[in-house]
Design a protein around this ligand. Structure first.
Ligand code: AMP
Ligand code: MG
Length: 400
């Protein structure tokens, strides 16, 4: 049986980078760029005043013949700089305005006294370049500003707006189909008989997929018969990702692997040394992949977080999942050799946060994740982790 790392590796090795799609920069938020972005001109595009004050020739301050400067004019932001400045003259200038040629420093208004058309300064020297952002110092025309794969977030949108770009190419979300299998499964709005269970996995998956703007294009509840499974799987295989919940364990009605095989879906693995989630099945077709997810709600949540979400991120050109490392607030024991993913709450401390495990009755416990912030990892080769042990932690909520 594969361990978690091996299974993740196989899954990530079978990603096909998604299609490009053009989006307005605001709707592109959270997607990864599928194109390079270059500077359309120098930034700053002109020598820009970074202070309100007087633009002068810095060497004039050392010139003993110059006792006071002639203020010839004013330059505001949004005005052309006008003619170049000559020795002995000063131009009053505002933050953001274009510095006239010739001037190489700005003396802050706080260090000046202007009387009529003359100004004197209470500084005796100034470095050339002082209080001026030089043309092109941030970026030169045609410089690479953003590479492919850069995730679009507010500062990127600001950058794109600066560059005059209002549409970008990004990697699109994959298309997804979800099948909830099981004779006992009923829809949310149908009163269940004693032996029936409402379909929660579909909602769990659907809400998780919303983080990636995915709305499943096909969803159905499917009985545990080969005929029904065949019909639904045939339809589901049209999507980039088919997620099938239930029916992948060793029960007599667990037909999913057989039916997938009959459609020529190539099995890449079945079962992983993980708890919960061991029966996970993964395979590929020419155009997509299939995740067969164990039906227990917690298994479904764990498998999504640890296997399906990283796959979606890679397909969309987004980086690895953010994984934290935090100490356990209490000791944690496991039985067996499978790596255990268990729901924890983060207790915020003054210096270091710590993870409090949420006690539950196992993978079938529908309340197991309530109150948790994410999943902590207990490696299968260690039966006991002491309080304070640093463990990996996957928050439910994204840290993009
Ligand atoms: P299975 O993986 O089909 O053996 O199902 C394992 C357990 O998960 C059973 O107790 C099922 O009733 C339950 N289960 C399966 N599918 C779902 C679902 N879509 N929503 C909630 N529970 C489910
Ligand atoms: Mg079942």
């Amino acid at each position: 049986m594969l361990n978690v790392d091996e299974a993740q590796e196989i899954i990530l090795a079978h990603t096909k980078l998604s299609r490009h799609v053009q989006k307005g920069i605001l709707e592109a938020s959270g997607f990864a760029l599928a194109e390079e972005i270059h500077a359309d001109r120098d930034y700053p595009p002109f020598n820009r005043a970074t202070m309100d004050g007087y633009a002068i020739l810095s060497s004039d301050l050392n010139d003993e013949h110059i006792k006071e400067f002639n203020v010839t004019r004013e330059v505001f932001a949004g005005m052309p700089a006008g003619e170049s400045i000559v020795s002995g003259n000063a131009v009053k200038i505002m933050t953001g305005a274009m510095v006239p040629d010739g001037a190489d420093a700005i003396i802050q208004v706080e260090q000046s006294i202007q009387t009529g058309p003359h100004v004197i300064f209470d500084v005796t020297e100034i470095q050339a370049g002082k209080n001026i952002a030089q043309r092109g110092e941030d970026a030169k025309k045609n410089d690479l500003i953003l590479s492919k794969g850069h995730v679009i977030q507010p500062y990127v949108i600001s950058m794109l707006a600066t560059l005059g770009i209002n549409k970008v190419q990004v990697y699109d979300s994959p298309t997804v189909a979800i099948l909830s299998t099981g004779d006992e499964i009923v829809p949310i709005d149908q009163p269940p008989l004693t032996h029936q269970i409402r379909d929660s996995n579909h909602y769990n998956l659907k809400s998780s997929l919303q983080n990636y703007w995915i709305v499943p294009s096909y969803y159905d509840i499917v009985r545990d018969t080969k005929a029904e499974l065949e019909k639904a799987i045939e339809r589901g295989l049209k999507e980039d990702i088919l997620i099938i919940s239930g029916g992948v364990s060793m029960g007599d009605a667990d037909f999913v692997p057989d039916v997938l095989a009959s459609f020529g879906v190539k099995k890449l693995f079945h079962k992983v040394k993980i708890k919960p989630g061991k029966p996970l099945w993964f395979g590929e077709t020419e155009t997509g992949v299939v995740f067969g997810v164990p039906g227990n709600p917690v298994s479904c949540q764990v498998v999504y977080k640890i296997f399906i979400e990283p796959y979606i991120r890679k397909v969309m050109g987004l980086g690895d999942m953010r994984r934290l490392k935090l100490p356990l607030a209490e000791g944690h024991r496991i039985k067996g050799e499978r790596t255990v993913y268990f729901p924890c709450k983060i207790r915020n401390g003054d210096h270091l946060s710590a993870l409090i495990p949420i006690t539950n009755n196992g993978s079938g416990d529908v309340t197991a994740a309530i109150g948790s912030d994410g999943l902590a990892v207990h490696p299968g080769d260690l039966s006991f982790l002491e309080e304070g042990t640093q463990v990996h932690f996957y928050p439910w909520r994204l840290l993009w």
